[in-house]
Design a protein around this ligand. Structure first.
Ligand code: FNR
Ligand code: LAC
Length: 370
């Protein structure tokens, strides 16, 4: 297991919440607010956590759990535990190595990574991590820009660079209203850019009085007219399997499957888009039932404990994604910090499985939750 070695700090975080506390000291107010905030009153952000607390476990006793196995696979690729890192923009705000550190940590711990369109390292730089660790599972997350040629170029680059799936985020036709970003007039500091976009089209996050530059960027550059039919166009651009991220209703999940999605990410974008939306965990069971094994179902939003992963898998998720805690690990200690965050979750899941009578991931069934 990775251990965090960092002599500058008295305390070694022992859970993901302590990482957040420590990360706050390493980040500017603007960066911490951008990373941590949700939309509006942050009701959905908080409910993502509360939803896990509402569901209780029904552990099974006297099962031989001496030999535990946390491995699984997702879209046919192996994972050391049912975990991927959610796509998150601007990771160089946390650490100069940004998305490359995240990619190295995920590749070496055997979990997946989804690279954001809005990354601060390029598609190719992140893919290069696979030269040493070829089994790393990397997906590319897509935002559809108004400029179709630009969008096509991103998909082609991701395919050429060896990403294994295209993850289309569908819950952000406009950016959610995050008031802290607006107050801070969020923009990227000098030297940081939209690494995938600046070179090909000169696009950058503006600085605007009284507004979040990212909000303005979305309004100006992203295509808010995207509908289901565009999924056909998207799938014609490359042979990559399509993952649809940001679904909260069974009927939408069925549509996604009918339009060819191989996996669905049940998500409300970490409470950053529509405040008042249902907690993602609360939407899981309906979507699992509606999909009826025609696609793999993943979940993100508020996962901070091994028991949260256990509950998500019990309700039918094939794997989960975590977001913010990875940024906290990155801010505290770069790649070793990210690896440590992953290993803390792995240890917690391992113990939670043992205490629930599950020796392997396949043993986690719906009878474990009330
Ligand atoms: C995100 N998220 C996100 N999603 C996406 O599809 N593309 C993106 O570029 C981003 N960017 C982004 C930045 C930051 C700072 C955060 C916190 C989140 C949403 C992300 O993929 C995921 O859905 C949530 O973060 C999951 O919730 P938790 O684990 O952060 O609670
Ligand atoms: C966010 C966008 C970039 O949540 O997805 O900040």
């Amino acid at each position: 297991m990775a251990k965090l070695v960092n002599q500058n700090h008295r305390i070694q975080p022992i859970n993901l919440f302590e990482y957040e506390q420590l990360a706050k000291e390493h980040l500017s107010q603007m960066s911490f607010d951008y990373y941590s905030s949700g939309a509006g009153d942050e009701v959905t952000l908080q409910d993502n956590r509360a939803a896990f607390a509402r569901v209780k476990l029904r552990p099974r006793m006297l099962v031989d759990v001496s030999d535990r196995n946390l491995t699984t696979n997702i879209l046919g690729q192996p994972l050391q535990l049912p975990l991927l890192i959610a796509p998150m923009a601007f990771q160089c705000l946390a650490h100069p190595d940004g998305e490359i550190a995240t990619a190295q940590a995920t590749a070496s711990t055997g979990v997946g990574m989804v690279l954001s369109t809005m990354s601060t390292k390029t598609i190719e730089e992140v893919a290069a991590v696979r030269e040493k660790l070829p089994n790393a599972l990397q997906w590319f997350q897509l935002y559809i820009h108004k400029d179709r040629g630009l969008t096509r170029a991103l998909v082609e680059r991701a395919y050429t660079a060896g990403y294994k799936a295209l993850c289309l985020t569908v819950d952000a036709p406009v950016l959610g209203q995050r008031e802290r970003d607006r107050r801070n007039e969020f923009t990227l500091p000098p030297g940081l850019h939209l690494a995938n976009l600046t070179n090909i089209s000169g696009l950058d996050i503006p600085h605007e009085k009284g507004e979040s530059g990212l909000f303005t960027y979305f309004a100006q550059q992203l295509n808010s007219a995207v509908t289901w039919r565009d999924l056909e166009w998207l799938q014609s651009l490359s042979p990559l399997p399509l993952v649809v991220k940001g679904i909260l209703r069974g009927d939408d999940a069925v549509r996604a499957v009918e339009y060819g999605a191989k996996a669905i990410v049940v998500s409300n974008h970490g409470g950053r888009q529509l405040d008042g939306a249902i907690a993602s965990f609360d939407a899981l069971a309906e979507i699992v039932a509606a999909v009826d094994e025609r696609a793999e179902v993943l979940l993100d939003g508020g996962i901070r404990r091994g028991t949260d992963i256990l509950k998500a898998i019990a309700l039918g998720a094939k794997a989960v994604l975590i977001g913010r805690p990875i940024l906290w690990g990155l801010a505290v200690a770069g790649q070793p910090g990210v690896s440590h965050v992953i290993s803390l979750l792995q240890d917690e899941l391992n113990v939670a499985m043992a205490l629930s009578g599950c020796a392997k991931i396949q043993d986690i069934d719906s009878s474990l939750v009330n």
